[in-house]
Design a protein around this ligand. Structure first.
Ligand code: N7H
Length: 507
């Protein structure tokens, strides 16, 4: 097991020092008993770090990269650049009932407990439970902030956008997402559900009747060797971009290197127009609750093995799953391991992202023998098919969930899936472009290749996909509706900088 960041710490009185680094942030909370969020008593990280993932930068390395790029990691919420490394997480969606009551509490009870990027990188500074916050457009309005952030998808909200995303309507949506009543989301993350429960209890007591919980979703990395794997069994979180001013200097081979402004508003590479100055260093958070039908997915693979090449039926089924995803369950890319999984390759961050789909001996525009054009990873990052596209990039920060009912009752329920979280400085260039223009298009990246078999959606209509059989590219598979991933809806949020909360949103 590799070490994420500093593994040992002394119990330090860090809070005042850490908060002193931040502009205009109240440094003392009246709620002295609320140790769950703030007390720096960690001996091990609250994050997971599977061997196959690129390491996070050490806090020193990140600080020096940030200094050189003039990025303030003390002011940027911790979840934005960290990626898919949460252990346990709770998404707590709320509505503001009384903004004149909420705003001072935002300043005194939420802001001092928000975990910044620098804090999250250093175990000795990590709180027991990480807290981040983001607001929907109606949430900003409820706070009296009606300025445009220069993002039309955010301004309209996800419910209004559902047809563009290919959702068949809102019948499958969690009812609380269908509308614009959700004003914000609190993200709690820790290494135990008990820590999160304590933090929620403490914050709810402090916030009183100023907000109301609308909905919540508990999520957790899967146990043991499945940590980092999502419910279909595939290792996730291998390929997130490396960001200038954060970890670009230590990008792994094949990792996209992007400008900080692709993720953060107001930084180099943010092409947005008319952003207010206070929006700098915030990021748009796209949340989607994506239900996964695991037995159905597995049965589909068992029923449709790819035959030939000396494979057993079982191996043929595994191959079909890998070709739908673009990676084997171990994380090994099929572009480098086209017929059988290669767990050593999957576990090696120096090799597991080092591919482009281009090979000297094959025609990039027609040959799908190594990887189908419609495979999930190729649809969402076409690499050499397009020349590296450094604009349509997102920082994925999702985590598997089982429905609240199951978590609470400790009994099996039917719903599980991915609590999909993606950060970007422009939703239309990031998540929305990937979903609408790439994954849902039958003609991307080449005419007639079909939609992404994992997330592609045509409003519930039948989906015809080509290229799954490596020896017969014209063979099609027909999937009815949205077979294996069902959208339960979500919302578009803005995760502001800490200084924006202090100077704009809480006053
Ligand atoms: Fe995907 N999965 O866990 O099976 N995704 N994703 N995703 N996804 C990726 O490369 C998955 C979804 C991207 O850089 C892997 O890190 C599932 C949406 C992007 O080569 C796996 C769901 C969107 C990449 C999954 C889901 C994306 C990516 C391989 C829904 C955006 C990186 C691991 C339930 C619209 C591509 C890895 C690259 C990779 C899974 C949703 C985007 C295993 C189950 C909605 C950009």
């Amino acid at each position: 097991m590799k070490l994420t960041v500093h593994s040992f710490c002394t119990v330090a009185l860090f809070t005042a020092q850490a908060l002193a680094l931040r502009p205009n942030i109240p440094s003392a909370s009246p709620f002295k008993h609320r140790q769950g969020l703030r007390k720096p008593s960690r001996l091990s990280s609250l994050l997971i770090n599977p061997d196959a993932h690129p390491n996070l930068p050490t806090s020193d390395a990140a600080a020096s990269a940030a200094n050189a790029a003039n990025l303030n990691l003390d002011d940027i919420q911790g979840d934005i650049l960290i990626g898919m490394k949460k252990n346990q997480e709770l998404f707590y969606f709320f509505s503001i009932l009384d903004s004149s009551d909420f705003k001072p509490k935002l300043a005194s009870d939420i802001l001092p407990n928000i975990t910044s990027t620098s804090q999250l990188l250093d175990v000795s500074k990590q709180p027991v439970t990480m807290l981040n916050i983001a607001f929907s457009a109606t949430g900003l309005s409820a706070l009296g902030v009606d300025e445009s952030l220069g993002d039309s998808a955010f301004a309209g909200g996800q419910f209004k956008d559902l047809r563009s995303l290919g959702d068949p309507g809102s019948d499958n949506w969690v009812p609380d997402f269908a509308g614009t009543d959700i004003h914000g989301v609190l993200l709690f993350a820790s290494d135990s559900q008990d820590n999160i429960n304590d933090a929620v209890f403490e914050l709810e007591s402090a916030l009183g009747g100023s907000i109301k919980k609308v909905y919540s979703l508990a999520a957790a990395a899967r146990p043991g060797s499945q940590a980092g794997h999502e419910h279909f069994g595939f290792l996730d979180g291998i390929s997130n971009p490396a960001v200038e001013g954060f970890n670009a200097d230590q990008a792994m081979p094949g990792q996209a290197r992007i400008s900080s402004g692709t993720i953060l508003l107001g930084e180099t590479g943010d092409f947005g127009r008319g952003r207010p100055a206070w929006a700098k260093d915030g990021s748009f958070l796209v949340f989607r609750q994506l239900k996964q039908l695991v037995p159905e997915f597995n049965k589909f693979l068992v029923d449709n093995p790819i035959v030939g090449n000396g494979l057993t039926r079982e191996e043929g089924s595994e191959l079909l799953g890998a070709r739908m995803m673009g990676r084997w369950k171990s994380g090994a890319p099929i572009d480098l391991a086209p017929l059988r999984d290669d767990p050593e390759l999957g576990a090696d961050p120096l090799r597991n992202n080092n591919f482009t789909y281009a090979h000297a001996d094959l025609d990039l525009s027609t040959d799908q023998s190594r990887c189908p054009f419609s495979a999930h990873t190729r649809k969402t990052r076409p690499r050499a098919d397009q020349g590296e596209n450094l604009v349509t990039q997102i920082m994925r920060a999702g985590i598997p969930y089982v429905s609240d009912d199951e978590a609470a009752a400790n009994t099996t329920s039917t719903e599980r899936g991915l609590a999909f979280v993606a950060y970007q400085s422009n939703i239309g260039n990031g998540f929305r472009f990937m979903q609408q223009t790439w994954a849902n298009s039958i003609n991307f990246v080449n005419p007639g290749v079909g939609v992404d078999p994992i997330i592609g959606s045509l409003a519930g209509a039948e989906r015809v996909i080509k290229g799954m059989d490596p020896s017969n590219a014209n063979q099609t598979i027909t999937l009815t509706g949205n077979n294996f991933v069902i959208s339960r809806g979500g919302e578009y949020f803005f995760a502001p900088s800490l200084s924006a909360i202090a100077s704009k949103l809480s006053v």
